[in-house]
Design a binder for this molecule. Structure first.
Ligand code: NAP
Length: 248
């Protein structure tokens, strides 16, 4: 692959974003990674020969500064920064959680995409990969804040394909089920026991499983657009319908 191809991964300081940055670097991309925890990003960038840049997708000025530090042409943008906060039922809903999730998962994705649009178009073969979720395809009790934002991501992915029809920019959405990352730790505000219970008795996906899917999608010939890819572990049929082996 042309080693000048540039890939940008948001939320690359952990989990799926970190694994994706590694896999894309190995696939020959020059990788730029962004997130708020810069020291983690710098260690990753040193390992993969990439570039670490501070990024808070909820802050327009931060997104603009991030974009300004990128090359004039960007082939791949992986909009990965995001996640869930809390698991409260609707009648107990935490307004700050909902606002923060919308800021990061939906507005953040749109901010970064808008800021990089010119660079993606200039590349002549741009590709935006949005990290959605099966939470964008179904609902579950306590999940309304997160499912609402991931349904929002799905609407944005589809709108991008409609508005950019005729432009050299592919738009793909990857919708994972259970992936063991820091996702549940963040969702449950650092409660490690509660986070571990999410994956107990089953084999979840790994961040590397999703990274491999991103690699496949972005290295297909430029006329092939994978609109949507739903990836779940074998032990998961729906968001809250999983098969757990008895442990201990
Ligand atoms: P993770 O391990 O918690 O990683 C989340 C990443 O997002 C971190 O690098 C974090 O970096 C970054 N991030 C969060 N807020 C940010 C902000 N304001 N600005 C910039 N970066 C920000 O979670 P993950 O599982 O890898 O999640 C990645 C994506 O996959 C998310 O969109 C998530 O919704 C989606 N997803 C995850 C699962 C799952 O089961 N794990 C399933 C379906 C979809 P900093 O904190 O350093 O900024």
């Amino acid at each position: 692959m042309d080693s000048l191809k540039v890939a940008v991964v948001t939320g690359a300081s952990a989990g799926i974003g970190e694994a994706t940055a590694r896999v894309l670097a190995k696939a020959g991309f020059t990788v730029f990674v962004g997130a708020r925890r810069l020291s983690r990003l710098e260690a990753l960038a040193a390992e993969i020969g990439g570039t670490a840049l501070p990024l808070d997708v909820t802050d327009t000025a931060s997104v603009e500064a991030f974009a300004a530090a990128l090359p004039e042409q960007v082939q791949v943008l992986v909009n990965n920064a995001g996640g869930a906060l809390g698991l409260e039922p609707i009648v107990e809903f935490d307004e700050k959680h909902w606002l923060d999730m919308y800021q990061t998962n939906v507005l953040g994705l749109v901010r970064v995409s808008r800021a990089l649009f010119g660079r993606l178009e200039a590349s002549g073969a741009g590709h935006v990969v949005n990290l959605g979720s099966i939470a964008g395809l179904e609902a579950y009790p306590g999940g309304a804040g997160y499912t609402a934002v991931k349904h929002g991501v799905r609407a944005v992915s589809e709108t991008m394909r409609l508005e950019w029809l005729g432009k050299p920019i592919r738009v793909s959405e990857i919708d994972p089920g259970l992936v063991e990352t820091e996702f549940s730790l963040v969702r449950f505000a650092g409660d490690a026991e509660r986070a571990r219970a999410v994956y107990a008795g089953l084999q979840p996906l790994t961040a590397a499983d999703i990274a491999e899917a991103v690699r496949w999608v972005v290295t297909l010939p430029p006329h092939v657009n994978i609109d949507q890819l739903v990836i779940k572990p074998l032990a998961q049929a729906r968001a809250i319908l999983v098969h757990r082996e008895k442990t201990g």
